[in-house]
Write a protein that binds this ligand. Sequence first.
Ligand code: ADP
Length: 490
Amino acid sequence: MTELERKQDRAPVPSEWTYASAPEARDLVTLQDRYGHYVGGEWLEARETYTTISPATEEPLAEVGQATPEEVQAAVDAAREAYANGWSDVSPSERAKYLFRIARILQERSREFAVLESLNGGKPIKESRDVDLPLSAAHFFYYAGWADKLEYAFPNRKPRPIGVAGQIIPWNFPLLMLAWKIAPALAAGNTVVLKPAETTPLSALLFCDVLRQAELPPGVVNIVTGDGRTGAEIVKSDGVDKVAFTGSTDVGKAIQRELAGTGKKLTLELGGKAANIIFDDAALDQAVEGIINGIYFNQGHVCCAGSRLLVQESIYEPVVEKLKRRLTTLRVGDPLDKNTGVGAINSKQQLDKIQELVASGAEEGAEIYQPPCRLPEQGYWFAPTVFTNVAQSYRIAQEEIFGPVLSILTFRTPDEAVEKANNTPYGLSAGVWTEKGSRILWMAERLRAGVVWANTYNRFDPSSPFGGYKESGFGREGGRHGLEPYLDLT
Ligand code: ADP
């Protein structure tokens, strides 16, 4: 270590940096008091409704529909009709034009969507602005490009659409998950019934206006809102040919049981408990940024979050020290403030789950660290948290917390790192930090994870397939692989 590095290492860290508030303009979004379901290109008045709120303030935002079985049926019928009466015959290059239009409109309206996403979901505006929106548009651009090249994607096969896709998405990336689902389905020539999660329906409802602007034929995309009961109706509807689900492992298993023997196609993207593995030759400051991004991005509401940190024993102390120091500079608070790094927990239910698991960690014997930070009094909040002294058997090292909570474990050898990383029922993602390319490849071959990031974390690209092993689900989204579940290739 040079003299300069030693000095920098000891430089005092301000416990709290002061920032002037930098709020994004909330009036970029105009909300209706009440929303119906988007069926056959029109708004269907909802028979039953509930109130959707801002998790940061608990302020009511709008009344939205809780779709009944009849309303779900109407959406499925509209999708069937649109499929049979034209969409499956629209030429591939015409289909691509609609997708390009949707992508461009999303870009044009990205500020409005970003504000809405943060308002209804609680995520920091800098993430919705810089991640959710650009990636959502990029997905539509990417799959627009495939629409008229399907025969090149699957040479010597005759790719044909499947029919009606029933799509159920979670609340952590509401618009991005919608894009992941709708873009490949339409590119392949299917029609869609989509249900957003009950706590975050508003960006999907605003997206209906994008569909109208893009002049997508009526019934090609139908959006119904509601909770799990609505989702279950979509899954069991006879008019649905393919189900795509992203959410919890328990619900994914229930859906798989429901569909067994029906012949319907299914893809499941479920939970995760990823290992982020730091070797002693890694660039430590970059690795610390990767750890922060891995677990505190989107409040840790990320199925591929790096929630188990595996640190090589020889560098355990400097890593933990740097990490704690970095934690003190995270800004927790108003999601619409451009300086905010960690926003609100998405719902009371999720906050209760995080609190229960964190309490179990302390009870089982792990040591907890939270940086000093003032949490707002109203709304749902949880301070960024690090656990040290964690045993592999603890619940915090086994179960998905889906919150800003990191468990730190150590290892000595690469073999031990692989064994510990794979010691989980999940297999969605992993991170490896090392200077050696050969070690990255050696690790990537052995890690049972659908995605392995090297010297980075939580990087997404529409051209790159994403999906899990084991209890993290099956099927891939993104890339050419993401088209397959929406095509009949026999
Ligand atoms: P989480 O526990 O993270 O909220 P869920 O799996 O409960 O995840 O929710 C993911 C999505 O699945 C949401 O849109 C939710 O409404 C929906 N959902 C919940 N239960 C069911 C079910 N039994 N069948 C179909 N969809 C469901």
